[in-house]
Design a protein around this ligand. Structure first.
Ligand code: TYD
Length: 153
């Protein structure tokens, strides 16, 4: 991972928290709001090739259930709250995303599941590459042996 200094590591390898700038002026007119700039390769540790967002997720829905072999991503709850389980064959943790200026970095070979989307939650995903189905590991039984080999290096 390049620019590791941007990412505050979590207990799961290839994951970490990224804090962006939250530009607001509390002395300005009421309701002026907040602004967060994100530049690929500067504020996240990869060039941003693609973005997508997930919204209108039902209360009992869990999605994700995959890992990527090469993709780097940062997940940001632009509104509402979303929980994300990140795991390897050896470690796991749950992160609650609830601030638009906070991102969860997820690198290669990390299994992820997103759940407990609050009503109106919108999850923005910044990704380092085009959508490539062959980069996905969608079955845990396929993921586990490849990830064990990857993290054994
Ligand atoms: P998927 O990555 O499986 O979503 P999640 O892990 O959040 O459940 O993608 C869901 C569907 O959307 C799947 O059919 C692939 C498609 N998709 C694209 O066509 N382009 C994209 O950039 C992404 C992320 C998904």
């Amino acid at each position: 991972m390049e620019k590791t200094d941007l990412v505050c590591p979590l207990s799961v390898p290839n994951t970490g928290m990224v804090t962006f700038r939250d530009i607001h002026n509390p002395d300005g007119p009421r309701g002026l709001g907040h602004l967060t700039p994100i530049t690929g390769g500067v504020h996240v540790p990869f060039d941003i090739k693609r973005i997508y967002y997930i919204h209108s997720v039902g209360p009992d829905i869990r999605r994700g259930f995959h890992s990527h072999r090469e993709l780097h991503q940062v997940l940001i709850a632009l509104g509402g709250t979303v929980k994300v389980l990140v795991k390897t064959p050896y470690e796991e943790t749950v992160v609650e995303l609830n601030k638009p200026w906070e991102g969860l970095y997820i690198g290669p070979y990390v299994w992820r599941e997103m759940f407990d989307f609050s009503q109106h939650a919108t999850l923005l995903v910044l990704a380092s590459a085009d959508y490539t189905e062959s980069d996905y590991l969608r079955k845990y039984e396929d993921y586990e042996p490849e990830a064990k080999e990857y993290f054994a290096k």
